[in-house]
Design a binder for this molecule. Structure first.
Ligand code: NDP
Length: 278
């Protein structure tokens, strides 16, 4: 890499962000394209993150990915918002626009769509999907599942958050307490775990026997391990969130460069990195 004053700087911003795999993914794609660019991780800890994000445009950053807890601030910081990001109420990708500000996009939806299609080996239209969680990742999931006509049930630790999610994106969804996992997983074609339960070492309640049905955890690495082990022990075919991560990154790369990067090599590099660090 030959960094000069003309090099374009891209970044993922969040807090925390030191664990992010995005620099690994994007710097490999930048190198493969031969672009004069570098991708870094920046911790943004600011009382008004939207101001910090605007100032990154004024500082000349070429593009941003945005992770927790700044995905709604990214919308507020943008001078233009695409229709999916507006509908979901969160942005994870910012692209510089003609006025020098940011245009906000949400590529988590595309990432989730790809992960679901791999897990189900089909689009989710008409499938009975049990969604665990009602935070930011669950919003992207519920939006896509609602759009594609899945038959959705939502379970969450805080029932009111699941009710609100259903109200916004899937008014016909069944909403229940997390303790209903065994009963509702009995009828599901797919279980999606978007609850960050594994980050603090927590466990999901009991599952019904999976009999080979798919279980998709949106977390990856150590955070996904406990739920994936539980589901696997109960006979589910398990998938982690790395494919979603790489697919949302690829969609961001296409917005910045108009090129489709090699997702298979990025996925392999992420798995290698996690194997070394876990
Ligand atoms: P949020 O903080 O927005 O939401 C967290 C969700 O998990 C809420 O529904 C919360 O419930 C639930 N939860 C948290 N702790 C527990 C617990 N101990 N027991 C039960 N439920 C709990 O996080 P995100 O939605 O952004 O992220 C969720 C997961 O998805 C994370 O593991 C994250 O790494 C992953 N993710 C993966 C992506 C990918 O590209 N693969 C992209 C984005 C996220 P409550 O409403 O009760 O607080």
């Amino acid at each position: 890499m030959n960094v000069s004053a003309a090099t374009n700087v891209f970044a993922v911003i969040g807090d925390p962000v030191a664990h992010s795999l995005s620099p690994l993914i994007h710097n490999a794609w930048i190198a493969a394209l031969g672009a004069d660019a570098v991708y870094v991780a920046l911790r943004v800890d600011h009382p008004h993150p939207e101001n910090a994000i605007r100032s990154l445009a004024a500082s000349g950053l070429a593009g941003l990915n945005v992770t927790l807890p700044h995905k709604t601030a990214a919308l507020a910081a943008a001078s233009e918002i695409d229709k999916t990001a507006k509908a979901v109420g969160a942005a994870n990708t910012l692209v510089r626009n003609a006025s020098g500000g940011w245009t906000a996009h949400n590529t988590d939806i595309k990432g989730f769509a790809r992960a679901v299609e791999t897990a189900l080996d089909a689009r989710p239209t008409g499938a009975r999907v049990l969604l665990l969680g009602a935070g930011g990742a669950a919003r992207a999931a519920a939006f896509h599942l609602g759009e594609t006509g899945a038959d959705l049930a939502i379970l969450n630790r805080t029932r009111a958050n699941a009710d609100e999610l259903a109200r916004q994106f899937a008014p016909n969804a069944e909403v229940a307490e997390m303790s209903e996992l065994a009963r509702l997983s009995e009828q599901a074609d797919l279980v999606v775990n978007a609850a960050s339960i594994g980050h603090a070492g927590g466990r999901l309640p009991e599952f019904a026997q999976g009999k080979g049905r798919p279980f998709l955890d949106l977390s990856y690495g150590r955070a996904a391990q406990s739920a994936i082990d539980q589901a696997s022990d109960a006979g589910w075919t398990t998938h982690d969130g790395l494919e979603m991560l790489v697919a949302q990154a690829a969609a961001a790369f296409r917005l910045w460069y108009g090129e489709s990067p090699d997702q298979a090599s990025a996925l392999a590099a992420c798995r290698d990195r996690l194997a070394v660090t876990s």
